[in-house]
Ligand binder design. Structure first.
Ligand code: 5GP
Length: 204
């Protein structure tokens, strides 16, 4: 039987560049984990593909999933629901593959309650002024939404203490390299491998 995969939870404030870093990780040929596509009720942005970037769903559809216990976690973020469908995560971990979640902090806290043995990585901006510029330059949000996102970002940065690792996103390539090393090292933790050796000893 293969070992259960590793659950990797990747978070950080809005606009810090999580999406960019996550895409760069998945473009890296050395990665060996599966991306869990999130579900959201927010409007599809130009260029986004349903089922690839998100599963875009109505509020009613999302609430039905919540009611049926089909979400690993979910959060209301700036007026919309975002969440992780449970089935894909469980099935993929059971196959022995690592699963990578890119989610905001409230969701990460819920996952930590359920799966404290996951790896929790927090992406930090080099500074908050730059963070605001990045969100503004993206040009997709109104001033009101930008202010809401910044308020959220402050609260989120204080949540860093809940995570296992903090990686600064000053250069995407560097951040990706750090994250890949963290995940690689996590596979060597004794508590992750000891079960396998115990089973071997039993067979001796
Ligand atoms: P955006 O609207 O910019 O795509 O995402 C807004 C925030 O929602 C980001 O911080 C993003 O990481 C987070 N997010 C995306 N998917 C999920 C999810 O499945 N669950 C939670 N809790 N947050 C998510």
């Amino acid at each position: 039987m293969s070992e259960r995969g590793l659950l990797i939870v990747f978070s950080g404030p809005s606009g810090v560049g999580k999406g960019t870093v996550r895409k760069a990780i998945f473009e890296n040929e050395n990665h060996q984990f599966e991306y869990s596509v999130s579900m959201t009720t927010r409007k599809q942005r130009p260029g986004e593909v349903d089922g690839v970037d998100y599963f875009f769903r109505t509020k009613e559809e999302f609430e039905t999933m919540i009611k049926n216990g089909e979400m690993l976690e979910y959060a209301e973020y700036v007026g919309n629901y975002y969440g992780t469908p449970l089935k894909y995560v469980n099935e993929t971990l059971d196959l022995g593959k690592d699963v990578f979640l890119e989610i905001e902090v409230q969701g990460a806290l819920q996952v930590k309650e359920k799966a404290p043995d996951g790896v929790y990585i927090f992406l930090t901006p080099p500074d908050l002024i730059e963070l605001r510029e990045r969100i503004t330059n993206r040009g997709t949000d109104s001033e009101k939404v930008i202010n809401q996102r910044m308020k959220k970002a402050r609260e989120e940065i204080e949540m860093m203490q809940v995570y296992d690792y903090a990686v600064v996103n000053d250069e995407v390539d560097l951040a990706v390299a750090h994250i890949m090393k963290i995940i690689e090292a996590e596979h060597f933790r004794v508590e992750r491998v000891i079960g396998k050796y115990r089973r071997m000893l039993e067979k001796l």
